[in-house]
Design a protein around this ligand. Structure first.
Ligand SMILES: [Zn+2]
Length: 287
């Protein structure tokens, strides 16, 4: 048999096809990585930006510059306590509908199980454009312990903690709504506004920036009730703040089912009321 006859033997083909397939699969895989969806590239760039923020940079102000009030009622979604589900469930859902929100952060709880990390808090601020508000360090609700040496680190210390992360909070949210005259004075000396846990709609512009009210929304609050608040905000041109804790299906006292939360978002959309961050409304005050 001559060498040329051997090279055309059909059994030799498998030794060409197998390496060719391997090369083809490898090339497809590499090209697939290079051609990942644009949003993925975009997201990773944003994450890099967040991580690049240095503690030495001046704290960023809450977004409030370009808001024009068109004499309508307004709605704010406001999350308390920095629960992880507010990041994993609420933020993507609100983002899907094009809405931002506010969140109040007890700074000592960040990083604990069931709570967000600082990276997640910063991502809400820089990527989702949420407003970050102060909410003490330890979430102490025991008014009997409110001596000056306790209040100062809770109120001023929590502000410093957020500033150290590059975020300047303008608003203090009182844990459990428990205040004393000394607490209110410290807040007034260090913040432009204070929100409590009392249910109620707010006038626009607000009368007193240190008495901002919010309705707490858990599983036991009916969707009909939410609709009544929305109707009142619409007809009387008031500011409705809807406040939330955990989003989950445990049925706990402070829980809201994520499915019900999405219906609430849809109710807000249906009402056609602008969704705003708190500083945008507080900034409407003549100064
Ligand atoms: Zn709280």
């Amino acid at each position: 048999m001559s060498p040329s006859q051997r090279s055309f033997h059909p059994e030799m083909l498998q030794w060409l096809i197998i390496p060719a397939l391997l090369i083809w699969f490898s090339a497809s895989y590499l090209l697939g990585i290079a051609a990942q969806p644009v949003w993925l590239e975009h997201e990773s760039q944003k994450t890099a930006q967040v991580l690049a923020i240095s503690k030495d940079q001046p704290p960023a102000l809450p977004a409030k510059s370009d808001f024009i009030w068109n004499q309508t009622g307004l709605v704010t979604f406001w999350f308390d306590d920095g629960w992880l589900t507010q990041y994993t469930l609420a933020a993507p859902l609100l983002n899907k509908y094009g809405y931002t929100a506010a969140i109040s952060i007890p700074t000592d709880l960040i990083g604990y199980e069931a709570y967000m990390s600082w990276g997640q808090v910063k991502r809400l601020f820089h990527v989702y454009n949420w407003e970050i508000t102060a909410h003490s360090r330890t979430h102490n609700c025991d008014r009997d312990t409110f001596a000056p040496e306790i209040l100062t680190p809770e109120i001023i210390g929590s502000q410093q903690d957020l500033m150290a992360q590059g975020i300047r909070p303008d608003i203090y949210v009182v844990p459990c709504g428990k205040t004393t005259p000394e607490l209110i004075k410290l807040v007034k000396d260090n913040y432009i506004s204070m929100r409590d846990a009392t249910g109620g709609l707010n006038p626009i512009p607000i009368n007193d920036p240190y008495t901002i009210h919010a309705f707490t929304l858990h599983d036991h609050v009916s969707l009909d009730q939410v609709q009544l608040w929305l109707d009142q905000a619409q007809t009387e041109k008031l500011w409705l703040i809807l406040m939330f804790h955990q989003l989950d299906t445990t049925g706990g006292e402070y829980s809201l089912d994520p499915k019900k939360f999405e219906v609430v978002i849809q109710q807000v959309t249906q009402a056609g009321l602008p969704v705003v961050n708190p500083s945008q409304v507080i900034n409407l005050l003549p100064r």
